[in-house]
Write a protein that binds this ligand. Structure first.
Ligand SMILES: NC(=O)c1ccc[n+]([C@@H]2O[C@H](COP(=O)([O-])OP(=O)(O)OC[C@H]3O[C@@H](n4cnc5c(N)ncnc54)[C@H](O)[C@@H]3O)[C@@H](O)[C@H]2O)c1
Length: 334
């Protein structure tokens, strides 16, 4: 394996995966329209600016890099509330354009695809645990685009000599430990982002929802360090042909990528306070519309198939998120 095409490789996860590949001597070829990706994240990397649905551009990429071994399809629109207000935009960007991309891959003889899916497609369960066989019932247009694409990809593997590994990510946090790239938005809206905001601004942090059926009443997530997530992609590529054999009847495989550890919002606050060595002013409020109990990975399919497990701690994730934010805000200001 010499080269791997990463769509969305100028974004948060794709750029981190690109760094992990480079560290293993694999060359990423990046395609991104820079709608959310950052030019700084592709500096010194092979980069094509353009749309995943641009079939002529994809033909050029494959003509110029005939040694592309596989495609990691990370490009997508990812903001859940925006997907509620602009569903057609999300279905076009994440579903229709991905179908165009798959046609380009098929035309260019690319047979290995790793797809960025999301644990947000799982139906809520009583104990908040989800393994790959748990029922799916996506609740937002964004999550439905992921659920739909999984179905499209599975159908594609039945009809064409292609193979697909779907990675269902849980909740990525942190940044590349070497701080090459990280989140584009210095003030993300997820719980860790709100904690960072409370810490830097000296404002209260509010736990929204304290009567969920969890051990302490607050919602639960499975925070996975983005570097561990990136390593899971390297493992999926390295083991691709063993995980989905070319001649297998079933050439489609779903694998959860989480730590297997549920972390409640209260536990996240405790880890954050440990990382910064300071207590926050923590308040409590009721659930907001659309809030969910959350879920965390159960079982160990990623360990069995990929020989992979998460190695970094929650505190590592908090520290790397803070370090990246400091570096990135200074870079943006300068
Ligand atoms: N961040 C999360 O919490 C999370 C969780 C589960 C799954 N995922 C999935 O992981 C993938 C990467 O997410 P991320 O957090 O890095 O988001 P991101 O927005 O940072 O990265 C997505 C990248 O895709 C690019 N892009 C979007 N539409 C494009 C198009 N039509 N053509 C070319 N490029 C396009 C954007 O410019 C951006 O750089 C997405 O598929 C997302 O659904 C993310």
């Amino acid at each position: 394996m010499t080269k791997v095409l990463i769509t969305g490789g100028a974004g948060f996860i794709g750029s981190t995966v690109a760094s992990a590949l480079i560290d293993q001597g694999i060359t990423p070829v990046i395609l991104d329209d820079l709608s959310k990706g950052r030019r700084e994240f592709v500096r010194d990397r092979i980069f094509y600016q353009g749309d995943i649905a641009d079939q002529a551009l994809l033909d050029r990429v494959f003509a110029e890099h005939p040694d592309i071994y596989a495609v990691l399809h990370c490009a997508a629109k990812i903001v859940v509330p925006e997907s509620v207000s602009r569903p057609l935009h999300y279905y076009r960007e994440n579903v229709a354009k991905t179908v165009d991309l798959l046609e380009s891959l098929q035309r260019n003889g690319c047979e290995r695809v790793v797809f960025s899916s999301s644990a947000s497609i799982y139906a809520p369960t009583a104990d908040a645990r989800a393994d790959e066989t748990s029922p799916v019932a996506a609740e937002s247009p964004y999550a439905r685009t992921k659920q739909m694409m999984e179905q499209v990809l599975q159908d594609w593997t039945v009809a064409a000599p292609v193979r697909v590994i779907v990675l269902r990510y849980f909740n990525p946090i942190g940044a590349d430990p070497q701080l090459r790239t990280g989140l584009q938005d210095p003030n993300p809206s997820h719980a860790l982002g709100k904690l960072i905001e409370a810490h830097t601004e000296g404002t209260p942090f509010t736990i929204t929802g304290v009567d969920w059926a969890t051990r302490d009443g607050s919602g639960i997530r499975d925070y996975i360090h983005v570097w561990d997530l990136a390593r899971a992609h390297v493992a999926a590529l390295t083991r691709f042909d063993a995980v989905v054999e070319p001649a297998a009847d079933d050439r489609y495989r779903v694998i959860n990528v989480g730590t297997g550890q549920g972390t409640t919002v209260r536990e996240l606050v405790t880890a954050f306070e440990a990382a910064v060595g300071e207590s926050l002013d923590v308040r409590e409020a009721g659930q907001r519309p659309g809030d969910v109990i959350g879920c965390y990975a159960s079982g160990d399919l990623a360990g069995e198939l990929l020989g992979w497990s998460a190695q970094k701690s929650l505190v590592d994730g908090v520290r790397d998120a803070l370090a990246w934010r400091e570096k990135w805000t200074a870079q943006l200001a300068g």
